[in-house]
Design a protein around this ligand. Sequence first.
Ligand SMILES: NC(=O)c1ccc[n+]([C@@H]2O[C@H](COP(=O)([O-])OP(=O)(O)OC[C@H]3O[C@@H](n4cnc5c(N)ncnc54)[C@H](O)[C@@H]3O)[C@@H](O)[C@H]2O)c1
Ligand SMILES: O=C(O)C(=O)C[C@]1(C(=O)O)C=C[C@@H](O)C=C1
Length: 357
Amino acid sequence: MNTGATLIIGAGLLGTSIGLALSKKGHPVFIDDNSASAKALAVDYGAGQSFTGQIEPELVVVCVPPDQTAAVVASALSRFQSAVVTDVASVKSKVLAELSQLGVSKARFVGSHPMAGRERGGAISGRSDLFISRPWVLTPTDETDPRAVSKVTWLAQQLGAALVISNPENHDRAVALVSHVPQVVSSLLAARLIESADEDVALAGGGLRDTTRIAASDPELWLQILSQNSREIVPILKEFDRELDSLIMALEHLSSPGSLANISNVLRAGNLGVEKIPGKHGTKHTQYDRVVVIIEDKPGELGRLFVEVGSLGVNIEELQLEHSPSAQVGLVELYVMPQSVSTLAEGLLARGWRIAE
Ligand SMILES: NC(=O)c1ccc[n+]([C@@H]2O[C@H](COP(=O)([O-])OP(=O)(O)OC[C@H]3O[C@@H](n4cnc5c(N)ncnc54)[C@H](O)[C@@H]3O)[C@@H](O)[C@H]2O)c1
Ligand SMILES: O=C(O)C(=O)C[C@]1(C(=O)O)C=C[C@@H](O)C=C1
């Protein structure tokens, strides 16, 4: 039966975001979770209808924690005999190995991984634009039926993601560097703050915020991710460790020959590395443009700004506040659609607001 329906299993951040995006496009979506409250919340958010076994899905998207993924994929393949099944777990080889151990035929399964997420899980953090312009990696194997690849390609395209075809091993090697080691580094750095004086942390500016955002991620989820990909993560951390040791040595012996060059090389290498990151233009979301407004630190200023933005007919897509406790002003970063930037900036300037950039 051709129902065209998608069943999402796991109604957390990823499941809810996928459900919201597909539902917004008018596709039939059903959602399930082993937590009744998570499922009810996702349904309430508009991520899909509650799944009670009423339909035969064409596509099943498994969005549960990595340790649970293979078992849930295996059960979906066996329960829905004609459906294509995919998962979104952050590590790909382990899921495949577990499916092989379970003796499951993997023709209708193709692993996938959207390189988009947030530091907070749960349906409450779900958002329909999460995947726009972000890589969505598919990891087919020799066993994969082309129909499975087409169906999951369709999913990534519907969500506005950029499709990348890889294989489980290459995927796991790449994400160790671009996702898993960054999480470790961010956590280690943020952990340094625990014992520090509150007045020291109060001086924090953008640098600390930029480098520690993901340290707020779910430890339970990340313990699973790091454990499943330790083979790829460890060599990078060992290299990191060697370079850190050498930097410490140079800082300890500043007058030794080569020390300053060593420190400078680390900083320059960082510049070269950051230039390689696609879409890193200082904005939070590449699909939006940013207008930064300087506001006075007094009651009612934010409310007054929002009313003025509304009267200009501009919708705020995303918002960020930068404010240091002792500063007299705050920075409000307004993210809007690119076509609204000039209306917003010129309109606010005409009304006497100060624009930082
Ligand atoms: N968080 C991210 O930034 C991110 C990004 C890309 C991929 N992923 C991957 O997506 C998956 C989900 O992550 P998330 O951040 O949405 O997690 P989450 O904690 O927000 O949601 C997971 C949901 O799965 C449900 N669940 C757990 N076991 C289940 C089972 N056996 N059957 C049905 N439901 C079950 C939980 O109740 C929860 O609602 C993980 O595999 C993760 O590696 C996460
Ligand atoms: O941006 C974030 O908050 C993320 O943690 C997203 C991120 C990443 O490292 O890019 C984290 C883990 C996922 O497997 C995929 C995406």
